[in-house]
Design a binder for this molecule. Structure first.
Ligand SMILES: C[S@@+](CC[C@H](N)C(=O)[O-])C[C@H]1O[C@@H](n2cnc3c(N)ncnc32)[C@H](O)[C@@H]1O
Length: 270
């Protein structure tokens, strides 16, 4: 069954504002794979596109890009945000994609595949891909660090403690992220495939942006729904501890958010 955890309007707004797009190292892994494998760059479909941050990047390389998502609220935000003219969006489940058989050059899912019904999604990937077509399924892992000079260890500890508090609200599908997409990799029905688990990206952001990012996590949104006052207090407490540890008072102070990504890349070549 689909996990419908990204439906709220407010959640979609946080998503659009604070979720960052694919970073440099992850982009390098993905685009060098596509250059090696693909000769046609006509149509890319980004499944579970959310508010479209990563979808835009594909527009540089593909003639046409379609972002799809099961959530109306996310697609409304994607349509509202400025986007390249060759990108369009539609609401549909990953398990039933409205594309002809063998019509798509690339299917992607960024931080999304773990939410899908994997066997049904893989069957759709097989159906819609052209005889030579690629699939890329990637996600941020739960390994995150907060870097700020010699305060890095303490800040990372504060962040990890908050993650542990949120973990009570983790959907069971997060286990697919915890196993570094191994189950997803094993389910991909292609011979030509690989899984990379050590792509590290460093994202500069302010403390205010970090707090916005945390509020876009499905686990935080579940906490907020279940215990609104406790969730807000825990968030505020975490922000205060971060600022105190950094020795600053402004939420606009920059730190670096380090995130390890996992990436499953596959090519159907028959
Ligand atoms: C964590 S967000 C990732 C969004 C975007 N790809 C990104 O990288 O920021 C996961 C997205 O997958 C969508 N989603 C979850 N289950 C889905 C399904 N079965 N079919 C299509 N989209 C789904 C959610 O609505 C949500 O927008």
């Amino acid at each position: 069954m689909a996990a419908r955890l990204f439906e709220g309007k407010d959640h979609a707004v946080f998503y659009q504002k604070y979720r960052f797009s694919l970073q440099e190292n992850q982009q390098r892994v993905i685009f060098s794979y596509l250059d090696e494998k693909l000769s046609s760059f006509r149509l890319a479909v980004d499944v579970g596109c959310g508010s479209g941050q990563c979808t835009h990047l594909l527009a540089k390389r593909f003639e046409k890009v379609v972002g799809t998502d099961i959530s109306n609220a996310q697609i409304e935000e994607a349509n509202r945000a400025p986007h390249p003219p060759n990108v369009s969006y539609l609401v549909c489940p990953a398990e039933k994609l409205p594309f002809e058989d063998h019509s798509v050059d690339l299917v992607t899912a960024f931080s999304a595949a773990h939410w899908f019904d994997i066997p049904r999604f893989m069957a759709e990937v097989e159906r819609v891909l052209k005889p030579i077509g690629c699939v890329i399924l990637s996600s941020s892992t739960l390994d995150m660090r907060l870097h700020y000079g010699d305060r890095t260890e303490k800040l990372t500890q504060i962040f990890t403690q908050f993650q542990e508090q949120l973990s009570v609200y983790a959907n069971e599908k997060i286990n697919r992220v915890k196993d570094d997409y191994e189950e997803i990799f094993m389910s991909l029905p292609f011979q030509d495939k690989k899984r990379i688990t050590d792509v590290l990206d460093k994202v500069p952001m302010t403390v205010a942006e970090l707090m916005g990012l945390i509020q876009s996590f499905s686990m935080y949104q579940m906490f907020l729904k279940d215990q609104p006052e406790a969730a807000k207090a825990a968030l505020q407490n975490t922000e205060q501890r971060i600022l105190e540890t950094m020795g600053v008072s402004s939420r606009e102070t920059q730190l670096e958010y380090w995130t390890r990504q996992v990436c499953v890349l596959g090519c159907r070549s028959s």
